[in-house]
Design a protein around this ligand. Sequence first.
Ligand code: NAD
Length: 503
Amino acid sequence: MSVQALHRRAYLGLDTARRDAAHFIDGAFTQGTTGKNWENRTPLDNSLIGRVPEGGRAEIDAAVRAAKAALDGPWGRMTVAERTDLLSAVADEINARFDEFLAAECLDTGKPYGLASHIDIPRAAANFKMFADTVKTLSTETFVMPTPDGAGAINYALRRPKGVIAVISPWNLPLLLMTWKVGPALACGNTVVVKPSEETPLTATLLGEVMNKVGAPKGVYNVVHGFGPGSAGEFLTQHPLVNGVTFTGETRTGEAIMRQAALGVRQVSFELGGKNPAIVFADCDLDKAIEGTMRSAFANCGQVCLGTERIYVERPIFDAFVARLKAGAEGLRLGRPEDPSTNLGPLISQEHRTKVLSYYRKAIEEGATVVTGGGAADMPGDLAQGAWVQPTIWTGLTDDASVVNEEIFGPCCHIRPFDTEGEAIRLANATPYGLAAAVWTENLSRAHRVAAQMDVGVCWVNSWFLRDLRTAFGGAKQSGIGREGGLHSLEFYTELSNVCIKL
Ligand code: NAD
């Protein structure tokens, strides 16, 4: 299917005006009042998808007030059963419109259908379903206590919605990561105002249609498009009626948002950047380690927060590992999303490509051996205008090289040998980040021992990106604040109040 045909399919059933993205405020689509907008271009070939309105203070204020009114109105009065039925219907409707979501996401990001149809879109539906199921069976603690008069007292806890939640989301897994916040926020009875990434406005907009279709009360789910500083992102996180800010994105952006959310002392939940290690021991199952590391280094063109950019391999298998990962990387096919043989799409934008290529150059300046790749990818026809780079592997850099220490967020990794378990752990932990790690070993005791010493929020042993949504997810050190997932999400999306009754 051509990009043009994809394009049409992405907007199946939508009128032409809606090829442009729109804000979704109080149950209605609007272009807003700023008169400002920008071009949304696909990184596949840089062709125009449509225009996106930039929201200003007025749009943010309208969206936040609509969210507040919904809280105080019909949404706030719904029973848990009514609310969770509605969220299950959202999941069903995403699945019913799977092809539209898929095509829209792949246009915005350029990622392969094969990836988005297995990960992005099904996980978005699962995010609503799982949190709807989680809150159905919630219980809270009670404590009976003695009192001096002998009558006693009973304490019990109530979980109440936090209020209006600001959701600021990134571009790498746009619908998945946005619904990972919207799902639990709504399940807990909050309302949301979403500011999607400026790179990927389509699926958040489309979700507005889903909300209307399933009968979500107006104002429960709002979307305002725009940028960060001096734009919708900053205005949203500073709005006095916002009760909490949940953010996924770069660590530096997290610092800025934390300052903004400090006004009025709003709580934040942050999932931030990473520079994730993999440790590959000589006693691993090499086939599995190669398969997992191929995914963790190159999936989504390396634009996964959990992705591996540093690989430490025990010396006896170092050469074999490098040779096999090189063969794997050289077997990856770059191409159009709809082509079933495509493994790798482009980077998200020309701007990001410039950044990634600057690291490719820096690696050479810092003395790397380029095992494979190392530059821009030559693509045929229209794709030559897209944001393509070669999957790249380096060896030979010193531990202080910037390429080994800074998050690149591209399809690239550095491989370094190690000699002892202790050395591998020290190297893996030598970073200000602490999001994820992967450990490859067939030795059970070693697996437990090493996993327990990783300074990360998520440690995989003999796997990568294997996710049970009930588990805690988040980053240690500069990779985040707080944990979300399953019951852990309740800590952020509800206020726990204790009721003490003197008998
Ligand atoms: P980004 O930080 O550049 O942008 C994320 C969002 O923040 C966008 O919507 C942007 O418009 C908004 N924003 C920027 N400045 C803002 C401000 N001052 N106030 C309010 N909003 C603002 O991140 P990105 O480039 O979109 O995504 C890639 C980054 O996200 C990588 O660092 C990656 O590691 C990280 N990430 C982390 C996780 C995780 O779970 N830890 C998941 C995915 C991505």
